[in-house]
Design a protein around this ligand. Structure first.
Ligand SMILES: [Zn+2]
Length: 303
């Protein structure tokens, strides 16, 4: 993802209210249902594959890991060729479908690959890619075990989110641009009730921003879900626009939210550096994410 130009004043103001809310909101936050430990374990194993940049050996391992994880599920390998600054690159989105009884689909997404420009610094993207890949795998474990009463849930593991060279509209979000265009062409987009994107929300000091191009009612449902668990201090204390895999869907009118924490380390110093390692990720944060994603899906079904 890419931070759009924005001042840090809002982040500072948010920090103060964050501290206050932390004190006020603690007593309600006792009910934890989601197994963040399992999500963390998936993320740890995924990050341990090493850097996953497109065309690299670790990317092949990541593909194999995902195929193996969902070998008994409805898994689609959405292969396409992206035109990139280094030439044509074969990429793979993975889509896992869990059928529901209601007509319509909720899509949960993450990207799983790491940055090509960072291929020589052992960048494993523990928080940036691996954590949310683990989160979706642990969510899949919950969806798999029961017949879904509501909408179908599709998990999408996007390839090519990161820029190959320098972030721009044409050098970024290859997988989501491809899939949104494909689903726009075959009528699938019209079936999608909501698209929730997860990115960089495994960080142990969780502070999720309100991404300004996300759909208002979906933001409200996430806020409502967070409140149920006493998690509201983790969510939307500040706001900023972010360019990410949700935008190709937003642009096509799909209700979408980017659930993202772009405040990663002191002055964002862990972002896109070799510092993005599993010691920065916590099972607790992944529990918060999982609880809120599951509850938001319940609210979408009631809507
Ligand atoms: Zn990134």
């Amino acid at each position: 993802m890419h931070r759009s130009k924005r001042s840090f004043a809002a982040l500072f103001a948010g920090g103060l209210s964050f501290a206050l809310l932390l004190v006020l909101a603690q007593p309600a936050s006792t009910q934890v249902r989601f197994n963040g430990g399992k999500a963390y374990e998936y993320a740890r194993a995924f990050a341990a594959l090493g850097p996953r940049w497109p065309t690299g050996p670790g990317h092949l391992k990541a593909e194999a890991f995902i195929r193996n994880q969902f070998k008994h599920d409805q898994l689609e390998d959405d292969t396409f060729v992206a035109n990139t600054p280094i030439g044509p690159v074969t990429m793979h989105n993975f889509i896992v479908r869990f059928p529901g009884k209601k007509d319509g689909v909720i899509v949960l997404g993450t990207h799983y690959e790491t940055n090509y420009p960072l291929r020589n610094i052992n960048f494993v993207g523990a928080n940036d890619g691996a954590a949310t890949t683990g989160l979706l795998m642990a969510i899949a474990d919950q969806l798999r075990s029961k017949k879904l009463e509501g909408y179908s849930v599709w998990l999408v593991f996007f390839d090519g989110e990161e820029a190959i060279q320098h972030w721009s509209a044409s050098d970024s979000t290859y997988g989501s641009r491809h899939l949104a265009a494909k689903w726009g062409g075959n009528g699938t987009l019209g079936r999608i009730k909501a698209f929730m994107l997860a990115d960089m929300i495994g960080y142990k000091d969780l502070d999720i921003q309100r991404e300004t191009r996300s759909t208002g009612w979906l933001v409200d449902l996430v806020r409502q879900a967070a409140k149920k668990f006493g998690y509201e201090h983790y969510f939307f204390q500040t706001e900023e626009p972010v360019e990410d895999d949700h935008l190709p869907f937003v642009q096509r009118g799909v209700p979408s939210i980017d659930v993202i924490d772009l405040d990663y380390g002191p002055n964002n110093s862990y972002h896109h550096t070799a510092q993005d390692t599993m010691d920065k990720v916590s099972a607790r944060s992944l529990s918060v994410d999982g609880d809120v994603f599951m509850e938001t899906m319940r609210l979408i079904n009631q809507r």
